[in-house]
Design a protein around this ligand. Structure first.
Ligand SMILES: [Mg+2]
Length: 188
């Protein structure tokens, strides 16, 4: 499927949802592209996953902001590749640095830079530990097993809107678990 066809399909999927995230954040290695960029040379010509570019353009068309959160130890290679792929300017925030945290500090920076609250963000990543840590911050976080694609986009938007529906069970559960833990402390 060509970029334009993917973009049109992505636009159709985006059109199914009344509420869209204000910001979509992508990991790089094994999310936007199928390799670890630390294992590559700056001279290489990188390729994205086949549906990634169309999805980025569709989100952009819909006015959704884009950002990157990557723990790559070689930000210089990552930046060169983003440049070569012609997508560098699409991202309002590019946080590419290695860190001990599972991207919570990346998201704090993104939040400071964009002023967009965590619960208005959607995140795609191929590592469960990042998904766990970032979703605890209130970001709708989607695990991708085979790079970002139309299926992951649809799943992400659907989980995002579920997290925002007034009858959402997850939020209620979070609230009540907070309440119960504070009342436990009071009891002690
Ligand atoms: Mg990755």
């Amino acid at each position: 499927m060509g970029d334009e066809r993917v973009k049109n399909e992505a636009l159709e999927i985006l059109g199914l949802f009344q509420l869209l995230p204000r910001l979509v954040v992508f990991d790089l290695d094994y999310t936007l592209w199928p390799f670890y960029c630390e294992c590559r040379s700056k001279r290489d010509m990188p390729k994205l996953y086949p549906q990634a570019k169309g999805i980025l353009h569709a989100l952009k068309d819909k006015g959704v902001n884009l950002a990157i959160a990557s723990r790559s130890p070689t930000p210089d290679i990552a930046n060169t590749f983003l440049d070569k792929l012609g997508i560098k300017s699409m991202f309002v925030s590019q946080e590419i640095f290695s860190s001990w945290s599972h991207k919570t500090d990346h998201f704090q920076r993104i939040n400071r830079r964009t002023r967009i609250p965590y619960n208005e963000m959607l995140f795609f990543d191929d590592e469960g530990r990042n998904i766990d840590a970032v979703s605890k911050m209130g970001v709708t976080s989607i695990f991708v097993g085979n790079g970002v694609n139309l299926g992951a986009l649809r799943q992400g938007l659907s989980e995002f809107s579920q997290n925002h529906s007034p009858t959402d069970g997850k939020k209620q559960r979070q609230k009540s678990s907070k309440k119960s833990s504070s009342s436990e402390t009071e009891d002690e």
